[in-house]
Design a protein around this ligand. Sequence first.
Ligand SMILES: [Zn+2]
Ligand SMILES: [Zn+2]
Length: 232
Amino acid sequence: MDMVKRAFLRACINHSCLDHDQIDKILIPLCEHYQVTKPAKKEALHEFVKDIEGTIKELSQSLGFMKHPITGKEYLVFAITDATPDKQNHPGLTAEECLYFSNLLDKLGQQEDCHIAWNEAYSDLDFKGSTKPPKKLRMQTLLQLWTEMGYFLEADDRLYLGPRSIVEFEFYLRSNYADTIKECALCKQLVLWDIKCSDCGRKIHRDCIRKYLRTRSNCPTCGNKWATRLSQ
Ligand SMILES: [Zn+2]
Ligand SMILES: [Zn+2]
């Protein structure tokens, strides 16, 4: 891996989740420093990232782009592919603080639409009888940190699963919350929000169903005529 890629990877590990503005802020000065041309087009940037990903795969790490349906924005996510919420990378946190993380993930995973009201992040938490659960102020600090890292996402006073959780805990979420976490009938990737068939209620990615309906007019799951509006 060349110096620019190495330095960029380091920044991705530090930040863990970056949008395109943040990528520019890091990559532009890096490329100037090493006097190389910055990958200007989206395709070039994706290639640049794919090169890095290829070298870290065997370390059980991944780096890749994902579009989050709630913000509609694309994020570059660094993830540890064999992580589980309880043994995840929380240096310096107490056992109770790690439990707080799994508590939040559990709450979100159990919801039909994988979100909770903002204040529910601080109530009805199960600290397994611990006498030292984190105080609310500490919980707020942690939640802010985990949101910056892309584990959670705040929008409209709600808390959602963030880009990093969706990538890093995909297997965990699929196997633990099979009732609520489904895959798209068309592309077989996770689908948490997007759009629902008004007949059978099955969730499907908006982009997938849009493409599908160009040549057909029925729901790919129940076979009835597709009746849900595609626009939001
Ligand atoms: Zn899909
Ligand atoms: Zn249907």
